[in-house]
Structure formats: structure tokens, C-alpha cells
Write a protein that binds this ligand. Structure first.
Ligand code: DQQ
Length: 563
């Protein structure tokens, strides 16, 4: 029997003295949520990780029911401030302050909770269970105060409270909210950060002014998805306004149209990037998680378990569910920039360090292959469960115009209600199939579906079809995706990172992203296959693809007693 354990949100990331620090919500006692502790890991390069002792455990009256999610702020003098939510012995959500015990310890192993904790209680009018997940702080315009925002709700309206502080101990509540959106419910893990309209680099959280917009992100407790919007932050009024009220936070764009929640960014001052991580939850039944003894994708612990207990059997999941390899931790870290071409969305892209895992030997490249309607081409690659794959697709223009009226009835196409890749249209679906077995009894297609109306307008959808991803019955299998902007002259492009039972797919340079959490039982390890396909009824598609086998990341366990 292995130890039961659970991982959820990742929390408080930062870069300091040459090391990336990552903490995450962890339950060492069970595969279901509870007893939440801060586990801690460090990396030099976001790829290879060293596991450290727990940073904080629930051991004070103000966090005895859980050391919940929080954020780090690095002060100009080099001190690190960690704000987190404690769940008190009476189950009241309060904000607490912690910091590294010894800043000269390069790994910052020991953490101290401040003696003035808790530093914030829920204010009047806010429910005691609706006050959590403080953000990284940013400076007020005159630079003398720090500001943070904390998610909450009033009735069904999701809100973002603003506090000001000079010392992170005494706080003043700003009268108005940073933002609010009716009908969106509790806002968890709010994130608020600037993006540059002109530069390629990311920005420090306090940056503001000309050529800068702000992204506001919330994790909606009611539907377990992360939504963001781009807007303008008036730092005098402390108000953020979305560029387009129709795609406001919680009702518009998602970071990821698959399984991705409780994400958080941090500014990496080392490389001037804004980096995003998210938690990939299980989509099987909780009873199954209890049987198998773990849940939540967190590579380090699985690696640790397996190194100590190589003969364990993971119930129901197949070995394919063991994510020892490519992923760094949680989701693969993504860099975030504004999409300057559309001006309407951010671009998310796997951090370039991931490319260092690409193995030159055994990579496959095919250029300009014609995929006729109904085409299916298997790609000969060994190690097909652990891949980085980049593909472009071009639809034969003549057919696309001739077919305009035929596809008119499909203008209301949506990935989620489309029936998946088996459902044929005039101009789609086409794309790649990963984690397939030889006879295609299991498969996960990642694809585009193009619709062209009689007015000549083209709509392109980017989808991932989990419907046949597993023979197992007790796992969620849906079709996910979204319409994706494609500008004049652009080819359709996708990149998928395949890691045994997770496929993170990026369309059009990261305008849309889908993380598929799948549970193959046959298409595992060397039995998995990769295909190019075109299931359109009329369009021929020209495809080019490059696939790299990916090396495994080094994950060093710390010698914990409980393993
Ligand atoms: N998980 C944490 C909370 C947060 C939620 C507790 C989001 O702080 O709101 O584990 O998954």
C-alpha cells in the first residue's frame, strides 16, 4: 500500500538567488482534500526539481484547518513576504504572514509564521468562508504603500477586494472593489498583473503606465475553470476596467479550455518573464483516487513513491497515468505575453527550458504532406507517450471557397457539443491523434474545425476530443475547446506536449490552450501511436509536422519520513 496523498493549487512561486521556488497545496494523509500543508520544491531551470521539507504545516489556531493558497512578494531590500490564507479552528478564512527564517540559506528551507498572525479577518459584509488567496503585492503610484487583492463574493457577484499596507501587518480596506462581475460566484486564486503592449518581455507586478495593460484572472469556484480578461488599471481610483465588457472576467476567455485550475503567475526577474502554472486536477471519480492512493498531477511525489515502492499497482489507472517524465510539476510552466497581433488575448507558451528535453535522436519531420478527405497517416516514432509535437495545416483555398454555402449550417459549431473528431464537416476536423492504440480503440485527437459562412467569414475552432481517450468507464470524457482567432495569411498551427496521460495543446502560438487529462489503458508507453488525420468531407489539407521524443526531467525526492 502506498501512502495516500493529494496535491492541488500551486502557491507562492518566486525566483530568488538562482533558484525557482514552488510551493503547492498538499495532503499527506489522503487522496482527497484536507489537512492542507505547503509542500516545497526548488529548481534552477524550471525543469529539474529538488524536493524540500514542507514549508508550512497547519499547526496554529489560525491555520489549523489548512495552510491555504497564497503569494510571494519580493521587497526592494531583498526580503521575501509570503501572504497566505489560514483556515482557523472555527473555519474562518483569515490572511497570514510568513517569511523565510534565514535569507542566506540558498534553498530557503525554513519558514516562520509571523507572531502578529492573522493579519486580516473577513471585513463586514464578507462571509467567513469567502475570503481567500491573497495576491502578490504591487506598489501604489506614489510608491509608499503596497496593494494586494483578495477574491470573494457578495451573493452571486464575484468580487476582488483591495487592501493597502505599508508593513504587511496593518492593512486598510479600499472602499470599492478592484472589479466585480455579477453571476460569477466566489473568486478563488485571483491574479492581477501588467502586460506590455510594446515589449516582448514580461513585467514586474508593480509596473504601470503608458503601453501597459493589466490582466485580471479568477478561478471560478462554481465551475472550476480559470478565466481572464485584459483591461486598464486606473491606479489612482484603484479600479480595473475590461477592454470589452462582453468578455469580462468569468464570462469570457479562459486560460485553458481543458482541465486547468487555481493557476498563478509570478514575475521571473532573472529572465524578465511572466510565468504561469496551473493545477491539473483528476477527472476520474474521487472513489478511484482513494483506491489508487493519490490525486492531482504533481510529478515529484509520484517519482518519490515509485523510487521507494517500485512494485506498487496503481488501481484502474494503467501505468500510463504515472507522470514521471516530461512535466516539471503541475502543468508545464508557460510564459505569458500580450498577443500584439490581435490585441485581444494573451499568448501562453511552454517556457523555452522545456525545449532542452527534446532528444535529437529519433525525431521525425514531415513537410507538405497532402491530407485528402478521410486521410489517416501514422507517424513512425518510438517512445510516443512522451513527445513535443509542432504542426501546421493549410486548407486548399479553392475548395474552401467552393464549399462556403455547404458549411453555412455549421456556423454555430462548438467543440463541446460537436460530437468530437468523428463528426465530419466540409472543412474539418483535421489535426493530430495522440495516445492512440494500433486499432484506434483508444485515441485523443487534437484538431481544428473550420467553418466558412456564405458571407465569406471563416471561424476556426480548436478542440481536443477525449470521448475515446480511455476504455475506463469512471473517468470524465468530454470534447473541449474554443474558437481561435486566425489572422489573414496565417497557417493553422498547433503544438502538443504529450506526457503519458496529459496532453497540453497550444493553438496559433498560444492564443488558445487545452489541457487534456486522459486515462489511456491500451495506448500506453511504447504501445501508443501518433497520427495525422483529416476527417473533412471536402477539404484537402497540407500538413507539416515535427515531433521530438522528450527526455525525462530529474526529480530528486527529499528523504521524507512519511514515504
Ligand atoms: N484551494 C485552496 C484555497 C483555494 C482553493 C485550498 C482553490 O485557498 O481557494 O486548498 O483550489
Amino acid at each position: 500500500m502506498i501512502n495516500d496523498e493529494l496535491n492541488n493549487d500551486y502557491t507562492g512561486p518566486f525566483f530568488y538567488n538562482g533558484w525557482y521556488h514552488l510551493f503547492y497545496q498538499y495532503n499527506a494523509d489522503s487522496a482527497v482534500w484536507g489537512n492542507i500543508t505547503w509542500a516545497h520544491a526548488v529548481s534552477r531551470d524550471l525543469i529539474h526539481w529538488l524536493h524540500l521539507p514542507f514549508a508550512m504545516v497547519p499547526d496554529q489556531w489560525y491555520d489549523i484547518n489548512g495552510v491555504w493558497t497564497g503569494s510571494a512578494t519580493i521587497l526592494p531590500d531583498g526580503r521575501i513576504v509570503m501572504l497566505y490564507t489560514g483556515d482557523t479552528r472555527d473555519e474562518v478564512q483569515v490572511q497570514c504572514l510568513a517569511y523565510p527564517a534565514n535569507l542566506s540559506d540558498p534553498l530557503l528551507i525554513d519558514w516562520v509564521k509571523d507572531s502578529s498572525n492573522p493579519v486580516l479577518f473577513p471585513p463586514p459584509g464578507i462571509g467567513s468562508k469567502d475570503f481567500r488567496d491573497p495576491t502578490t503585492a504591487w506598489l501604489s503610484p506614489d510608491g509608499d504603500k503596497w496593494r494586494i487583492t483578495i477574491g470573494s463574493k457578495v451573493n452571486k457577484t464575484g468580487i476582488s477586494l483591495i487592501y493597502e499596507t505599508k508593513d504587511f501587518i496593518e492593512y486598510e480596506l479600499w472602499e470599492e472593489y478592484l472589479h466585480q462581475v455579477p453571476g460569477t460566484g466566489m473568486w478563488e486564486c485571483v491574479d492581477f498583473y501588467p502586460v506590455s503592449l510594446t515589449e516582448e518581455n514580461g513585467l514586474d507586478t508593480s509596473a504601470n503606465g503608458a503601453g501597459i495593460k493589466h490582466v485580471l484572472k479568477t478561478s471560478l469556484d462554481d465551475d472550476k475553470n480559470d478565466y481572464y480578461a485584459i483591461g486598464v488599471y486606473d491606479s489612482i481610483k484603484n479600479k480595473w476596467t475590461p477592454d470589452d465588457p462582453e468578455i469580462d472576467v468569468g464570462i469570457g476567455l479562459r486560460y485553458d479550455y481543458g482541465t486547468y485550475y487555481a493557476s498563478k503567475t509570478f514575475y521571473d526577474q532573472n529572465t524578465q518573464r511572466r510565468i504561469l502554472w496551473g493545477w491539473i486536477r483528476e477527472t476520474d471519480a474521487e472513489s478511484v483516487d482513494l483506491l489508487k492512493g493519490w490525486s492531482g498531477v504533481q510529478v515529484l511525489y509520484l517519482a518519490t513513491i515509485l523510487s521507494k515502492k517500485p512494485n506498487i499497482t496503481l488501481i484502474n489507472t494503467s501505468k500510463a497515468q504515472i507522470l514521471l517524465n516530461l512535466s516539471c510539476m503541475q502543468s508545464i510552466p508557460r510564459s505569458i505575453v500580450m498577443d500584439k497581433k490581435t490585441g485581444k488575448n494573451i499568448l501562453q507558451w511552454p517556457v523555452e527550458e522545456v525545449d532542452s528535453l527534446r532528444l535529437r535522436k529519433g525525431s521525425v519531420e514531415i513537410n507538405d504532406v497532402k491530407l485528402a478527405p478521410g486521410a489517416l497517416i501514422q507517424l513512425a516514432i518510438d517512445s510516443p507517450s512522451q513527445l513535443d509535437l509542432v504542426a501546421t495545416f493549410d486548407i486548399d483555398e479553392e475548395i474552401a471557397s467552393a464549399s462556403a454555402s455547404a458549411s453555412e449550417d455549421n456556423m454555430s459549431y462548438e467543440c463541446s457539443t460537436s460530437g468530437g473528431a468523428a463528426n465530419r464537416g466540409v472543412l474539418g476536423p483535421f489535426g493530430v491523434i495522440v495516445l492512440a492504440d494500433d486499432i484506434l480503440s483508444e485515441l485523443t485527437p487534437i484538431y481544428f474545425y473550420v467553418v466558412k459562412g456564405s458571407n465569406g467569414n471563416t471561424h476556426t475552432h480548436f478542440c481536443a476530443d477525449e470521448l475515446r481517450s480511455s476504455k475506463a468507464n469512471d473517468v470524465e470524457k468530454i470534447v473541449c475547446g474554443s474558437e481561435v482567432p486566425v489572422l489573414d495569411g496565417e497557417k493553422l498551427s498547433l503544438r502538443s506536449l504529450v506526457d503519458h496521460s496529459i496532453v497540453e495543446s497550444f493553438a496559433q502560438g498560444g492564443r488558445r490552450v487545452i489541457t487534456s487529462r486522459v486515462y489511456p489503458t491500451k495506448a500506453i508507453n511504447s504501445a501508443a501511436r501518433v497520427f495525422l488525420f483529416n476527417n473533412a468531407t471536402e477539404a484537402t489539407v497540407t500538413a507539416s509536422i515535427k515531433i521530438w521524443k522528450m527526455d525525462s526531467a530529474d526529480i530528486h525526492p527529499f528523504p521524507f519520513d512519511h514515504i
